[in-house]
Design a protein around this ligand. Structure first.
Ligand SMILES: [Zn+2]
Length: 407
């Protein structure tokens, strides 16, 4: 039963506590058996029976639950740096997309990669993501947009699920954009998703969730309803990209469809907030995307005050958020989304776990939960998110095993 000693401060939310509530123990110790937390407390109270067990020295670190990035687009080919430069010079996204850029250019690059090339790239990402203290990650498909390429991405995710450093939760996002070859036959593409892709993904258990990008340039509410009702029937729970550029009633749609989360929500209406609250849908804020595309950020305060939990994630993707730096997204959630550091810590741990249906198992440091931990060079959660210049993570434990750093 390994013991983590010499913890400067241990800070965590709890499974049932309010989002603004974090408990802290100074000069703490933590014990786990196999993969599960067995004891937490002040080190001076450490029971005698653990005194001779194998121990790790946290060297005064701040210890928080392993971080959970509940919204990423992990697997894709190429980058879109050229587009970034054009956008800096004032070119609009629609101009860029019309000239062959945007999501469809990433689709081309992703289709061109073999499964092993895509896997190798993702393994590299996971290793880096682990250095930020992230221990669980949701990963969407959506840059394949045909049956073979979407399956290829989800099979890469299945391989990644065998890796020790990060637990991966796969999402089918075939409804990310209409692929070029279906440009004038949208209905046929939706039928392909419903009739071919969804049954196969469900039969092979390649995804846990099904997501749809609802937007004027992507899919309508009615199209999303068709896809997500079909997904529900085969056991894939709904997630949605909604209300990002305008209020299209996306939050209400997420509530209607029993979605586990509604993501983006920059333009959510008061009615949408009430709908999320009534149905217990988790809102997911993606401040890196708001910052990078210079769009209005979500006012998370409005949601929190109405009792809607708000998770914080990166939206890692090559177009609107080319970064998997979750602590940076957390700092921005404080400044741009008007959340307190305590709310943000819970937003990237226990609330994010709720957005993945994993809150009984991970997301907080409590006896009986997995020993997923991030060790940080900071004196408190407030200090950690305030000093955002460098990566404060010294070590990461996943399921009780040290997967990054040296102690
Ligand atoms: Zn996204």
């Amino acid at each position: 039963m390994p013991v983590l000693k010499n913890i400067g401060v241990l800070s965590s939310g709890t499974t049932s506590g309010p989002q603004g509530q974090v408990y802290s123990i100074s000069d703490a110790a933590l014990v786990w058996r196999d993969e599960t937390i067995a004891w937490i407390g002040a080190e001076r109270d450490l029971p005698e029976q653990f005194a001779s067990e194998k121990s790790f020295d946290a060297k005064g670190a701040l210890v928080v639950p392993g971080l959970i990035d509940c919204h990423t687009h992990l697997a894709f080919g190429g980058w879109r740096c050229d587009e970034f430069v054009q956008r800096c010079l004032g070119r609009s996204y629609s101009d860029i997309a019309m000239a062959g850029g945007g999501i469809l250019s990433t689709v081309k690059a992703t289709r061109a990669l073999s499964k092993s090339e895509l896997l190798e790239r993702c393994v590299g990402f996971l290793k880096e993501i682990s250095t930020f203290g992230v221990t669980t990650l949701e990963a969407k498909s959506g840059y394949g947009l045909d049956v073979a390429s979407e399956i290829k991405i989800l099979e890469v995710y299945r391989e990644l699920q065998k890796r020790p450093e990060i637990q991966l939760m796969p999402t089918l996002l075939a409804a990310h954009a209409i692929p070029t070859e279906f440009k004038s036959k949208r209905g046929k593409y939706i039928a392909l998703i419903v009739d071919e892709l969804l049954p196969r993904v469900a039969a092979e258990r390649l995804a846990v969730f099904c997501d749809v990008f609802v937007d004027a340039v992507a899919f309508s509410n009615d199209e999303a309803r068709i896809i997500l009702q079909a997904a529900n029937k085969v056991g894939l729970r709904a997630k949605l990209h909604v209300d990002q550029l305008a209020d299209t009633g996306g939050a209400s749609l997420a509530a209607e469809l029993g979605a586990i989360s509604a993501d983006h929500l920059e333009f959510i209406s008061d009615m949408g907030i009430q709908a999320l609250r009534q149905k217990g849908v988790v809102a997911v804020s993606l401040p890196l995307a708001s910052l990078f595309t210079r769009q209005s950020p979500l006012d998370a305060r409005r949601l929190l005050e109405q009792g809607v939990p708000v998770a914080v994630a990166t939206d890692f993707n090559p177009g609107s958020a080319p970064s998997f730096n979750l602590p940076l997204a957390m700092m921005l959630a404080c400044t741009m989304n008007r959340m307190s550091p305590a709310e943000v810590l819970n937003g990237a741990t226990i609330v994010a776990a709720r957005a993945l249906g994993l809150h009984a198992d991970i997301g907080s440091i409590e006896v009986g939960k997995r020993a997923d931990l991030a060790l940080l060079s900071a004196s408190s959660v407030d200090q950690w998110l305030y000093n955002f210049g460098s990566n404060a993570c010294r070590a990461t434990f996943k399921n009780g095993s040290l997967v990054y750093g040296a102690l």
